[in-house]
Design a protein around this ligand. Structure first.
Ligand SMILES: [Cu+2]
Length: 339
C-alpha cells in the first residue's frame, strides 16, 4: 500500500490513534469481548463507508451527466432495446453488492454475538446489584469465608474469565464498561449474566447506561485489572474484617459511627454495623472514589459527602446526619483507617 493510503487507513480505522484511547472508550478494548465488539464496529464502518461513498459517487456522476448541451437532450431517445441490458446489468450488480454487504454485517454480528456468550474455564464469579445510585459488588467463593462485599469498584485478575451476575434492587439500570464489553441491563426480578476476559492491565471506568432517575449520571464505578498475584492479595485483604482503630480520634470516630444513624445503613465487618441499605464500608479507604464515582476518596471530599450528601448528589438515599464538627472530623478519621 502506498504510504498515503496507509495513513488514511490508519486514521479511519486505527483504534490506537490519539483520541481513541482512554479509560472509558469502546475503541480501546482491554478484554476479549470488547475486542470482538470492535470488530463489528470496524466492519460496519468499512461496509457502510464504502456504500456511502458509492452512493455519493453515483450522485455526482448523475449530476455531471445531466449537464449536457441542449442539443443532445433534443436528440431522439436511444432505442429501448439498446439501453436496457446495460441498465439491467448495472442494477443486478448493485443489488448483489447490497446483499453481499448485508450478509457480511449479519454474519459478523452473529459470530460476535455467539462469542460474547462464551465463558472460558474456571471463571471468577461476581454478583453486582444496582441500586439508585450505587453498585453493590459481591465476590462469590466456594466457602462462606471466601465471600466478601464491596461497592462501586471491581478488581479483575488479568487473563482469567469472569462471569458477572447482574441484579437490580429498584429500577432498570445498565452495566457498561466500554473497554471491557458491551452494555447489559440489570432488571428487577431477573438475573442477567455478562462474561469478561480482561487482556490488559489498567484502571477503567464503568457507567450506568440506562436512565435510572435523578442521579443516573452520578452512577459510575471503577474497574481495575490486576496481575493475578496482586488480585489475590487484594482479595485476601478484602475478606478480612476491619482493623480496630488505634488513635484516640479514630476510636472516638468509630463510637460516633456506631452510635449515630450511620449504623442503620452501612456494614463494617467486625463491628456492630451490619446493615446493607448503603455501601459496605469495611475497606472503604482502599477504594479510589466515593458515592459511585461522584467524588475522589480523600479527606476533604469524605467530609463534604458526610456533611451534606444531598448537596453532592441531590436525591441520594443517604440523608444528612447532623454531626458537630468534632464528630465529623472523628468519623472521617475513623473511615480513613478502613484500608
Ligand atoms: Cu443506574
Amino acid at each position: 500500500m502506498p504510504r498515503r493510503a496507509q495513513l488514511v487507513a490508519l486514521l479511519v480505522l486505527g483504534g490506537g490513534v490519539a483520541g481513541c484511547s482512554g479509560v472509558q472508550t469502546a475503541l480501546d478494548p482491554a478484554a476479549d469481548q470488547a475486542a470482538s465488539i470492535e470488530v463489528i464496529w470496524r466492519t460496519m464502518l468499512v461496509v457502510c463507508g464504502v456504500m456511502y461513498l458509492l452512493v455519493l459517487g453515483f450522485l455526482a456522476w448523475a449530476l455531471w451527466r445531466a449537464r449536457r448541451p441542449a442539443a443532445v437532450d433534443d436528440a431522439p431517445l436511444p432505442a429501448e432495446t439498446a439501453a436496457e441490458p446495460a441498465l439491467a446489468r448495472g442494477l443486478t450488480g448493485w443489488v448483489a453488492l447490497i446483499v453481499a454487504g448485508l450478509l457480511v454485517l449479519t454474519t459478523v454480528s452473529f459470530l460476535v454475538d455467539r462469542s460474547l456468550a462464551e465463558v472460558g474455564p474456571d471463571p471468577l464469579k461476581i454478583k453486582v446489584t444496582a441500586n439508585q445510585w450505587w453498585w453493590q459488588v459481591e465476590y462469590e467463593g466456594d466457602a462462606p469465608t471466601d465471600r466478601f462485599t464491596t461497592a462501586n469498584e471491581l478488581h479483575l485478575p488479568l487473563n482469567r474469565p469472569a462471569v458477572i451476575e447482574l441484579h437490580a434492587a429498584d429500577v432498570i439500570h445498565s452495566f457498561w464498561v466500554p473497554n471491557l464489553s458491551g452494555k447489559t441491563d440489570l432488571i428487577p426480578g431477573r438475573t442477567n449474566y455478562m462474561a469478561v476476559t480482561p487482556r490488559r492491565l489498567g484502571a477503567f471506568r464503568g457507567q450506568c447506561a440506562e436512565f435510572c432517575g435523578f442521579e443516573h449520571a452520578k452512577m459510575a464505578f471503577d474497574v481495575v485489572v490486576d496481575p493475578p498475584r496482586t488480585f489475590e492479595a487484594w482479595r485476601r485483604h478484602q475478606i478480612q474484617s476491619a482493623s480496630d482503630p488505634v488513635t484516640a480520634e479514630a476510636v472516638y470516630g468509630k463510637q460516633v459511627f456506631t452510635s449515630q444513624a450511620c449504623v442503620m445503613c452501612h456494614r463494617i465487618q467486625g463491628t456492630d454495623a451490619g446493615a446493607t441499605v448503603g455501601p459496605d464500608l469495611t475497606h472503604l479507604a482502599s477504594r479510589s472514589h466515593i458515592a459511585a464515582g461522584a467524588l475522589p476518596n480523600d479527606t476533604g471530599d469524605l467530609q463534604a459527602w458526610i456533611a451534606d450528601p444531598q448537596g453532592v448528589k441531590p436525591g441520594t438515599a443517604m440523608p444528612r446526619v447532623a454531626l458537630n464538627s468534632g464528630q465529623l472530623n472523628a468519623v472521617v478519621d475513623y473511615l480513613e483507617t478502613l484500608k
